[in-house]
Design a protein around this ligand. Structure first.
Ligand code: MN
Length: 432
């Protein structure tokens, strides 16, 4: 058990020192380029420091697919070891100070102790995630045919009670939001009464909503399909928006980038949710075909930029009620999760910085003049700038690493973890 910075500070300092001259030169050059556009690079670096992205506690383990899970040597076996790995990501990257726990996976006897141990590692807790998508040992009633929308009242009550337990635990951890995603739906036309199922959802969610503390929110996460393959109760942002509107101001819609139909214009959904004060935040990931849970920005970085273009626009115009919670939600199957999380957090930061560089005044004029080509060109100009020196300088100024993955590999963290955390012999399908 460690109770301070997990990676040797001297190792980071020495590596930063070696890279410092080149970074200074690249940063100065980029600074000159931006100055020609009336942008002060130091202001962009400070602005970037306001962005933080939560880590999912389950993201530091190997994810797996519906076929299999290949455990990684040294992967964390409990929430305390998960926190250690999250602390590595935060120490090197300096943009991920919070961890989002998942119940019952992260259940502990003493939440106050857990909170203190997280704080000793420089971490706090973000939204608590409930889990009614699987049956756990000792669970009285099964979720095979649904949870919050189950036809049996007793099952619904069990699912409601679990969500309220999540709120109670979250209060002790310092969280201020509950994220609810349910798997409920049907595999066959005719299997469920589509109207009644949604009515039961609203009734269950009202009970959960009523248990929220004053300063808490509930984030409703929709998902198009899977595990239900014909009809999913909370399948799209429209259903999510209706539910959030019915419940009240503490309920908002969470956008997981993998939970939409292919070709959906996600940035437009984001704009709508912002406009009507219903954007809860994001689960960032990337995909090619469906809910692939690939690393953020690895397939379509332009998509993340277009979303951040809307987010930055809202931030700069001070849109009412705008306070999105950002989180990564990915399944790491072929990489070291710590490396994926470092790269993914950087992808979020990159999109944010690029969106900050958009010439919004020019864009508005071009939009007003219906100059489609010029407007498109103005927007794209922001992603044609290599902003890596800004990201690296931001990490350095906040005490992190210029080259996080390189230092992580040199640190031998994974090999040490493999020795200190003997693997349990489990290989269960594990998509989350
Ligand atoms: Mn998600």
């Amino acid at each position: 058990m460690i109770d301070s910075a997990p990676i040797d500070a001297d190792l980071i300092a020495a590596d930063n020192e070696r890279r410092r001259v080149e970074l200074d030169a690249d940063f100065a050059h980029l600074g000159e380029q931006l100055a020609r556009r009336d942008i002060r690079i130091d202001e962009v670096v400070s602005h970037l420091s306001t962005l933080s992205v939560a880590l999912p506690s389950w993201g530091v383990g190997s994810g797996g697919t519906r076929f299999s899970r290949f455990p990684l040597a040294g992967e964390p076996r409990d929430i305390f070891e998960k926190l250690e790995d999250c602390a590595v990501v935060q120490q090197l990257g300096r943009s991920t100070p919070a961890v989002s726990p998942h119940l019952p996976w992260d259940r502990v006897d003493d939440p106050v102790d857990l909170r203190e141990r997280a704080a000793a590692l420089g971490l706090e807790f973000a939204a608590v995630n409930s889990n009614t998508f699987q049956d756990r040992p000792g669970q009285a009633l099964s979720y095979k045919f649904g949870s919050l929308t189950h036809t049996e009242k007793s099952v619904r009550e069990q699912a409601i009670a679990h969500n309220i337990e999540c709120i109670q635990l979250g209060k002790q951890l310092g969280s201020r939001a509950l994220t609810v995603w349910i798997p409920d739906g049907g595999n066959f036309p005719g299997q469920s009464d589509l109207t009644a199922a949604f009515e039961r959802y609203l009734e269950s969610m009202r009970a959960i909503y009523d248990a929220l503390p004053q300063d808490w929110s509930v984030f409703i996460e929709h998902k198009l399909y899977e595990p239900a393959l014909y009809s999913t109760v909370i399948a799209d942002w429209g259903t999510s928006f209706i539910a959030a509107s019915e419940l009240g101001p503490k309920a908002r819609c969470l956008v997981d980038l993998g939970h939409h139909a292919p070709t959906t214009n996600v940035e437009m959904i984001v704009a709508r949710l912002i406009q009507f004060q219903k954007l809860a935040g994001f689960h960032f990931n990337d995909s090619k075909y469906g809910d692939d849970d690939l690393d953020t920005g690895s397939v379509d970085p332009f998509q993340i930029f277009l979303i951040f273009h809307e987010l930055v626009d809202a931030e700069l115009r001070d849109a009412p009620g705008f306070a999105p919670a950002y989180m990564l939600d990915q399944s790491h199957n072929v990489t070291d999760p710590i490396e994926s999380l470092l790269e993914s957090a950087a992808s979020v930061q990159r999109a944010y910085v690029q969106a900050l560089l958009v010439d919004r005044e020019a864009l508005r004029e071009q939009q007003e003049a219906n100059d489609a080509l010029a407007a498109s060109s103005t927007l794209r100009a922001a992603v044609q700038i290599d902003v890596e020196p800004i990201l690296a300088m931001g990490r350095l100024r906040r005490g992190g690493a210029i080259a996080p993955v390189s230092i992580y590999r040199a640190s031998g963290w994974r090999a040490r973890a493999a020795q200190e955390r003997p693997q349990r012999l489990i290989s269960e399908p594990g998509i989350v």
